[in-house]
Design a protein around this ligand. Structure first.
Ligand code: SF4
Length: 186
């Protein structure tokens, strides 16, 4: 599976202390996408799912992973690997938040059923820059929808959402990067 980066602990992409993972590859070309460096596939960053999971599990032994956020890039463009990973990650925490630029209603029933069984929350839809109100928590633009597939997580997320949009600055590869939902046109 092509993965660009894994960061922990992340507080700005969902409630509690999370591990966040960015997949590589996306063909949607949304104007002012926050992560255009992840559009082009990069086989050099391909890692077998079981090894990826092994590393995450090792981390979880000494660091509480209370939630996992998967974003990109377009995670669903590596569907087979994503499915394999999701099943494994549920062993660590069922609080998995998945971003996809696809609209959920356009996905096949098989994919939606799988996501319902293996993901707590999905945020769907392309990023539309002129619908970024610089406020909507967890959503880049207001066309995106939040689906709760595990109802027990709804109150936790609603409480988190009530705190507004959050950004976290992290040193990564000697650069300061902002993790969270970007402002319009930034
Ligand atoms: S779907 Fe996401 S990663 Fe892909 S271009 Fe749009 S904002 Fe960027």
């Amino acid at each position: 599976m092509e993965i660009d980066r894994i960061l922990y602990p992340i507080f700005s992409l969902g409630p509690n202390k999370r591990l966040a993972l960015w997949t590589i590859g996306c063909q949607k070309g949304c104007y002012n996408c926050a992560n255009p460096e992840l559009w082009v596939k990069n086989p050099k960053k391909n890692i077998p799912v079981e090894i990826l999971y092994h590393h995450i599990k090792q981390l979880a032994k000494n660091h509480p992973i209370e939630g996992i956020t998967i974003t990109g890039g377009e995670p669903l463009d590596q569907l087979d690997e994503l499915k394999e990973l999701l099943v494994l990650l549920n062993e660590i925490t069922p609080d998995i938040l998945l971003y996809t630029g696809y609209t959920l209603t356009k996905l096949t029933p098989e994919v939606v059923t799988f996501l319902k069984q293996n993901v707590a929350v999905v945020i769907d839809g392309r990023y539309i820059d002129n619908l970024n109100d610089n406020q909507a928590p967890l959503r880049g633009s207001t066309n995106q929808n939040i689906y709760y597939f595990k109802e027990e997580y709804r109150p936790i997320y609603e409480e988190y959402l009530s705190q507004g949009r959050q950004v976290q600055n992290i040193f990564y590869h000697n650069h300061l990067i902002s993790v969270g939902i970007s402002l319009r046109g930034k």
